[in-house]
Design a protein around this ligand. Structure first.
Ligand code: SF4
Length: 346
């Protein structure tokens, strides 16, 4: 009977050190292998050239190194790159590199598909198959960092968890991946350059506040009126705005970090003065920033970008109330890489 080998990257550094002690070797060997696995992103034991041949073959017999593969890469006319990423079990997720003049941002996935059912989102049409492991999230970042160096001659500068899936529904693995991304033995990136974007899971927002995480929080709000939000994000019926707001107040009291809201204004859905007034009322309790994101229709047009006049009304009202507002042009539209468009169509 074939014995299923364990993924070596599921081991913590201490577990790896202990493994070598049990083999009669030095704990330091664990540090060396750990460095190969994470900082150097080795995809084979063969590549670990400062480890003896015998040790490498012992590892080969005991473990596998599961790793992702960029199966397909598409480049947009605006420089955006979309990757179809194959996982060790053949499932596919997508990640995106978004270049601007001053930064390169990786938009990464946290789940295969999504269990939430946001009506405007292409990923919602894919059933949630499973959560991504920490190494699968980490590898997406490494792949995009490599592409950034190759095509734009600079390292990756920012990461947003805005790809496929709801990151707070895969909280432990997302946190473990962020640890690896930020620790010197991983990529050594500042947590301030990482943003976890959630559709708003109150219990998990409070947990993040209690754990004093150092990365940024963004909330995909899209409406501050319960009936409207529930009609486009049905889970709002379970986690209504009152609970979300209470969790965000808790977050702010603990972290004193500004809250960013992602917000799309759609024609006939949330484009009236009443909608923007509700938004102002919702976010006034803490320093806030609202990103008004351009929308990319995903099919027959139930959701259409609102008029310029409606967008201007949002900007004017928010500014009048001293809330920072930015308008985000969508990137990678021609390759279905824009917000809400990731759906494994490539
Ligand atoms: S918008 Fe995010 S949370 Fe909502 S269905 Fe899409 S991937 Fe899931």
């Amino acid at each position: 009977m074939e014995i299923k080998k364990k993924d070596i990257r599921a081991l913590t550094k201490d577990q790896l050190r202990n493994f070598f002690v049990e083999q009669g070797d030095k704990p330091f060997r664990g540090n060396q292998v750990y460095e190969w696995l994470w900082r150097k992103s080795a995809h084979s034991f063969e590549a670990m050239t400062n480890i003896s041949k015998e040790t490498r073959s012992m590892l080969e017999n005991a473990f596998v190194i599961n790793h992702i593969q960029v199966d397909q890469m598409q480049k947009s006319s605006d420089g955006t790159i979309k990757n179809a990423v194959k996982l060790h079990d053949e499932l596919i997720v997508e990640s995106v590199l978004i270049p601007t003049e001053t930064r390169t941002t990786a938009c990464v996935s946290s789940q295969v598909g999504c269990s939430l059912d946001c009506k405007f989102c292409a990923t919602a049409r894919l059933k949630r198959m499973r959560n991504l492991n920490p190494d699968e999230i980490y590898d997406q970042v490494v792949a995009i960092d490599n592409q950034s160096r190759l095509y734009f001659d600079r390292p990756l500068s920012n990461i947003v968890f805005m790809g496929m899936g709801e990151p707070l529904m895969n909280y432990n693995n997302v946190l473990k991946a962020i640890d690896k991304i930020t620790l010197p033995e991983g990529l050594g990136m500042s947590p301030k350059r990482i943003t976890v974007s959630t559709s708003g899971v109150p219990k998990m927002i409070k947990k993040m506040a209690d754990e004093e995480v150092k990365f940024n929080l963004a909330v995909s709000l899209h409406s501050a009126i319960d009936e409207v939000r529930t009609s486009i994000m049905p889970f709002n019926a379970t986690f209504p705005l009152k609970d979300l707001r209470e969790a965000l107040e808790y977050w702010y009291a603990k972290t004193k970090n500004r809250i960013t809201y992602e917000y799309v204004v759609w024609k006939g859905i949330n484009d009236t003065q009443k909608d923007v007034d509700a938004l102002v009322k919702f976010c006034q309790f803490a320093p806030s920033k609202v990103n008004l994101i351009e929308y990319n229709p995903i099919d027959d047009g139930e959701f259409q970008q609102a008029s310029d006049a409606a967008l201007q009304m949002y900007q004017d009202t928010l500014q009048k109330n001293r809330i920072i507002v930015t308008v985000r042009k969508s990137r990678g539209k021609d390759i279905d890489a824009a917000c809400g468009q990731l759906a494994n169509k490539s």
